[in-house]
Design a protein around this ligand. Structure first.
Ligand SMILES: C[S@@+](CC[C@H](N)C(=O)[O-])C[C@H]1O[C@@H](n2cnc3c(N)ncnc32)[C@H](O)[C@@H]1O
Length: 289
């Protein structure tokens, strides 16, 4: 526990990656049928929401647009790095109180003024940032942010699920998946993150827990976006995996090889739909357990 994330984080934090995160947000939202907040969470009285590992703050930005104006509206983003925060470390949405973003490592307890303060805590895509052994502590710290009966919504992709709807599976995909699984396991990341989060939630401290899976199956209208999203994930995860496994001398060399793989994947995906697998864990803080 407690290793600095900058040692292990698989993604970059430059301008290109910032743009990718914002595009990814639109795509994942479409995969989740446009629902920022899962329908099992009542939104009528939500005024305080924290987003952990907020990145660019794009999820909070969209949330502010749909929540009714209230002077007590209190949205807050936390991230281990401010590199992708908007200028001034705040998200501005016209007609809404500004949304502060602060630097905080999810492995550490939050400052006391934040504890017990939020109706909803949202987490999305820490899978390539925190080790599997640290999920429990991230969840405990997140739970401490919640009011009694407050909700958590934790969304992760299943990185074991590189796939398309074509059978038998295209051999390139089988080998990509194997490299990513080995690379992520070497670092200690979890390859079945949605199920792992759900298991952790079921250990206690929550009730009304559920794991909902969203996929691209039946969403042919997302074909183009799905191909582009999976390509971007191949670039990141395969490049980094080859490097951490010692199968490429440098990330630059690995990136050159991976570009050829992406080209082959995109040719294959002209006639096959990439099956994206987003798991959303929803649960309610329960203090009587
Ligand atoms: C893939 S990005 C997702 C950003 C955002 N949640 C979204 O869905 O657009 C992962 C984010 O988690 C952050 N992160 C990684 N490890 C963290 C930690 N230990 N504590 C807080 N944030 C962390 C990274 O800095 C990055 O901004």
């Amino acid at each position: 526990m407690g290793s600095s994330i900058d040692d292990i984080y698989f993604l970059g934090r430059d301008k290109t990656e910032t743009e990718r995160l914002n595009k990814q947000h639109r795509f994942l939202l479409a995969v989740s049928d446009g629902k920022l907040i899962h329908p099992a969470i009542p939104t009528d009285n939500i005024t305080a929401v924290a987003d952990i590992g907020t990145g660019t703050g794009v999820w909070l930005e969209d949330l502010a647009k749909i929540l009714p104006f209230s002077k007590s509206l209190n949205l807050h983003g936390f991230d281990i790095s401010s590199a992708q925060f908007p200028p001034g470390n705040e998200v501005i949405v016209s007609g809404k109180p500004s949304i502060p973003l602060t630097v905080h490592d999810a492995l550490n307890p939050y400052p006391v003024e934040h504890q017990g303060r939020y109706d909803l805590v949202h987490i999305r895509l820490l899978v390539a940032g925190i080790k599997e052994d640290d999920y429990a502590v991230v969840l405990k710290n997140a739970r401490d942010l919640l009011k009694p009966m407050g909700y958590i919504q934790w969304e992760e992709v299943d990185t074991s699920a590189f796939s398309t709807n074509q059978r038998p599976e295209y051999p390139l995909i089988t080998s990509l998946r194997a490299v990513v699984i080995r690379g992520m396991q070497k670092v200690g990341f979890c390859i079945f993150a949605p199920q792992r989060v759900f298991d952790e939630v079921l250990r206690g401290g929550f009730s009304n827990s559920q794991l909902v899976r969203h996929t691209t199956i039946g969403k042919e209208h997302l074909h183009y976006e799905a191909v582009k999203w999976v390509s971007s994930i191949i670039r990141i995860l395969v490049t980094k995996s080859l490097f951490v496994l010692g199968e490429a001398e440098s990330e630059k060399k690995a990136a050159g090889e991976v570009e050829k793989i992406v080209q082959r994947f995109e040719e294959h995906a002209e006639g096959a739909l990439p099956l994206v697998n987003l798991g959303v864990v929803v649960a309610q803080r329960n203090d009587s357990e």
